[in-house]
Design a protein around this ligand. Sequence first.
Ligand code: IMP
Length: 426
Amino acid sequence: MTQCTCVVGLQWGDEAKGKIVDLLAEEHDIVVRFNGGANAGHTVVADGRVHKLSLIPTGILRSEVTSVIANGVVIYPPRFLEEVAQLEASGIIVGQRLLVSDRAHVIFPYHLEEEKAGAGCAAEVIGTTGRGVGPCYQDKVGRISAIRVAELLDADHLRRRLEEIVPRKNRLLQALGAGTSMFCAEELACEYAAYGERMRSYVADTVRYLHQALQQGRRILFEAAQGTLLDVDHGTYPFVTSSHSSAAGLWSGSGVPATRVGRIVGVVKAYSTRVGAGPFPTELDDAIGEKIRQTGREYGTVTGRPRRCGWFDAVAVRYAAAVSGATELAVMLLDVLSELEQVAIGVAYELDGERIDYMPATSVQLARCRPVLEWLPGWKRDLGSVRRPEDLPGAARRYLDRLSQLVGLPVRLASVGPDRRQTIRW
Ligand code: IMP
């Protein structure tokens, strides 16, 4: 058994990674989140209770596991504290089982305003989640206006930093025509120093913590938020998120070298979905797409937006599996396709009259791609109670075999319902 495992989405996010992380957490001591912020949404059903988490790793639902929010994450403190309070209200004791990196960056209200300010803003063009994630990462890379979690713990230092930053932000927001009243450095400094005090017991040097844990032989599970096709470098740029949401983000986002990770579970839906703008070759803008949306309850956990639905795109997933170094597949929501007479898989694209079997590098080209579909018979049987591979209907098995063959990875798990028990393993 490998000491470190990574769970990563191979589509455009929302692959139901939360359930896989929750299942694998049983075999690990530590669960680490290394990218993104409260733009992610995880729904996990455990013991009949539904838990919705955005920022805190789902590992928190297992009492023997320590959860780490690593340096690559951007944190909105009110959201973080709200999630801690929600967990504790449902009887989950967070205590010392949650660590937040002192190097993680902090989202401020001006980031939220920046995201929605002005015509042609990211919220409008890319269809971002409005959680201030992009503007916070912009500041991180720009360095001059960024604030890290460690800085919240020193009130005087924080006040001095905000006195420099806030006037710049106010000028920027004014220039963008933001309809907000201007921010006050003093008020923000008091508010965020108070958050810092409430977060103090969770803040740690998580890089050191993780390396010590590795030396002690503890098993670590990494969870990537969003999906590989939303990775800022490798996704369908510019219709992507601002972080490294492929497995590539693990190294920089946690300080643990990828050479330590022996198993990378690529999570896919049995079909495809996408929220927000951007090319989506196998999209179904018809009654079947609507049927998948209704059956799969395909509405965003964070924003409630209806998700765009389409057939499984083997070209895109094969590319994502390569970029993320996936070693196996977990196929989620197989049950959602159960009522369809026939199911299709995108096996290639047609680009400007030519058949191609790879993902073109630009979104402009991808938007011109038409899918080449391969049709397979549906299984027309409820799968919710299936627990063993041999009990799957032949047509469902053939569908999984074909996905596996096209992506070039073994399917090690299929999910047939939201509950932990509705899982088939090979
Ligand atoms: P941002 O991450 O809020 O900047 O949004 C950038 C793009 O990524 C938008 O298309 C969002 O809909 C998408 N996105 C961000 N987080 C998630 C997620 O957790 N699941 C699916 N899509 C996401």
